[in-house]
Design a protein around this ligand. Structure first.
Ligand code: ADP
Length: 196
């Protein structure tokens, strides 16, 4: 990689950007709250789940993996993500939803200097998650697959949350249950704006 020195203008622009990583288990509401944030801050929703669902339609290997509730190989995820982040609309910030999902992806994120200034961790009890997923009706929301996605989340994404937690200035933990969607979204926005 070639390192080009940043101009002061570029530097200041980056400082004022809102770049958020949304993290949380399946059914924690990542996409729902991402949409509130994209609306509020007027930045795009960079959503690997949707990217992978697009890919699933044309790539039988990906389809098989997703039908089991497992993670798509990193090469395919990075390639989709790279092209998305190369688009002009991400230069003023973005909401990264569904990435990084394991330590390998966290390392790739660091290597490729995919920046973020806040991590929003949506904490939801397992009981509530199962209740939400069983009523959602998406193709991969069948009991056995849900169980596997929860297992994958705990094993793969758990260590990523632990790592992000080490930067308390950026780490925002939100209890994402027990009150209505709008108030939870407002809590997230307040926390982000408080940190400036
Ligand atoms: P949920 O958070 O409810 O599991 P997503 O829409 O974020 O749903 O993801 C759906 C599926 O897409 C995942 O189960 C996984 O197979 C695939 N996927 C999404 N993001 C990634 C990623 N960063 N790495 C690997 N696989 C991914």
């Amino acid at each position: 990689m070639i390192l080009v020195p940043k101009t002061l203008k570029q530097f200041l622009e980056e400082m004022s950007n809102v770049t958020v990583v949304m993290i949380g288990g399946p059914g924690s509401g990542k996409s729902t709250y991402s949409k509130y944030l994209t609306g509020h801050f007027d930045i795009p929703h960079v959503y690997t789940g949707d990217m992978m669902r697009d890919l699933q339609k044309k790539d039988p290997e990906v389809a098989k993996i997703m039908d089991r509730g497992d993670l798509v190989p990193i090469k395919k995820v990075m390639s989709a993500l790279r092209s998305r982040l190369a688009k002009d609309d991400t230069k003023n910030g973005y909401i990264l939803d569904g990435f990084p999902r394991n330590t390998e992806q966290l390392n790739a994120m660091r290597e490729e200097e995919i920046s973020y200034n806040y991590v929003v961790y949506l904490n939801v009890s397992e009981k509530e998650v199962i209740k939400r997923l069983t009523s959602r009706g998406r193709k991969d929301d069948k009991p056995e697959i849900i169980k596997n996605r929860l297992k994958v989340y705990e094993k793969e994404t758990g260590p990523v949350v632990k790592e992000f937690r080490k930067s308390p200035r950026r780490f925002i933990e939100i209890k994402a249950e027990g009150k209505d969607e709008k108030s939870i979204a407002a809590d997230i926005i307040r926390e982000i704006e408080k940190r400036g």
